[in-house]
Each structure stands twice: as structure tokens, then as C-alpha cells.
Design a binder for this molecule. Sequence first.
Ligand code: 9WO
Length: 234
Amino acid sequence: MLRIDIITIFPGMFSAVLGESILKRAQEKKLVDFRVHDLREFSKDPHRKVDDRPFGGGPGMVMTPQPLVDAVRKVRGRRKAHVIYMCPGGAPLTQKRARELAVKRNLIILCGHYEGIDERVREMVVDESISIGDYVLTGGEVPAMVVADCVARLVPGVVGKGESLEEESFEGGLLEYPHYTRPANFCGKRVPPVLLSGNHQAVKKWRMAQSVERTQKMRPDLLDKSAGCGARSG
Ligand code: 9WO
């Protein structure tokens, strides 16, 4: 079972995301074990401080190394764990990287705040920094939820039919085709007739063409990549 530990100064932020829907069911089915830890519990400061002023001056505060390093060491225990720091300057999160993370047994995700973390935390306990995009948020918690979600859903059994996983965007290097369901005519907008034809070959061909067209329009960069490994859509 994949265990994901999240170390944060705002543990309450995770209750809704991990307590609903697929991620909740994944825990009930004992497929994934999420554990959220309050960083302040690991501070040796009498006031449970986890930040201090930056050496060399400058604005804001920096997260002190002791609580973070001790939290990782305590949470990790004797387990072999991969420690991730959520940071705009990290390696971009991709579906490929999510797949690689999903086969690990233990992930520990650190959520930063203020101006960031003391550099010695990276040197001592962080294995990898990951970014979910080129923008700066108020903290690492939302990015940590994104990583937890996209990794957990790849654990076998978490998402219903294995089939739907394979057809997901990015898996085959193409964007997903358009989806339609009842009613066949909604506000005068009709479902493409091929989808009502019962001709599975024709449907598959139409969907592939739609995926390629959408990818060309929205994400031509994916086509360059997938051209190298044989593009396939869902
Ligand atoms: C902020 C930042 C800005 C530009 C280049 C590198 C940077 N690193 C950080 C940083 O570590 N910020 C800390 C975590 C403190 C401020 C809130 N934090 C944060 C993480 N904001 N946004 C992210 C984040 C993480 C992953 N993907 C996108 C954004």
C-alpha cells in the first residue's frame, strides 16, 4: 500500500480533499494511506515557532530547519521514503513522473510557507523538489494536494475501471477526445451522429481524430514528444 505523509503548518486544509470522493474511498479500501502532520508538533521552540528572520536580511521569514528535519526523520522512522518539497522552482510535475511516484511505497511531501525553507533542509532530507506550474502560491499545500491526487489515482484499484486510466489525457501523448452523454439534443446542440451509430470502429477513428485535432490546437508540444514514441490516444 502506498503511504503518503504530508507535513504542513495547515493540516486542516487537507480534511476536505482527503475526506471526500475517490481519495476517501482509496483509504477505506486500504489502497492508499494518507497521513497529515502538523509541523508545529515537531518544533522544539517553547512557542512552537517554525520560522525565523532570514540571515543576511531581506523581507519576510524563513522556515527553520529543526522542525522540518525532525518531522521528516520522525515520520519516516525506519521506512525508506522519498521526500518531496513543493516549490515553483522544482521539476515540473508530469503524468510520467506521477506514474514513477505511484510505484514507490512511501512518499513524504513538505509544504513550505513564508519565503521558503532553510537551505539545509533541502541538503539534509529533501530528495526532490516538484512544481505544479510556473506561478507562486500562498503555500505548498495546494500543490501537495495535486501531487497526492494525481499519484494516488494511479494506484491499481483506486480509479474504478482500469480502462478509464489508460484513456486519460497525457497517457498516450494526446489530449482526450470530447465526451458526450444524454440527452442527444441539449438546447438544440446535438451529439455527433457517429457516437450514436453503434459503429465501434468509426467511433474509435473519430475519437482519435478529435484527440489529434485538439492536441494540435491546444498542445502542439505534446505532438512533438509523442511523435517520437508513436502517438496513441485513448
Ligand atoms: C517561492 C519561489 C518563487 C520563485 C522561485 C522559487 C520559489 N520558491 C518558493 C518557495 O519555496 N516558496 C515557499 C512555498 C514559500 C511560499 C509559498 N510556497 C509556495 C510553493 N508557493 N508556491 C509554491 C508552489 C509549489 C509548487 N508548484 C507551484 C507553486
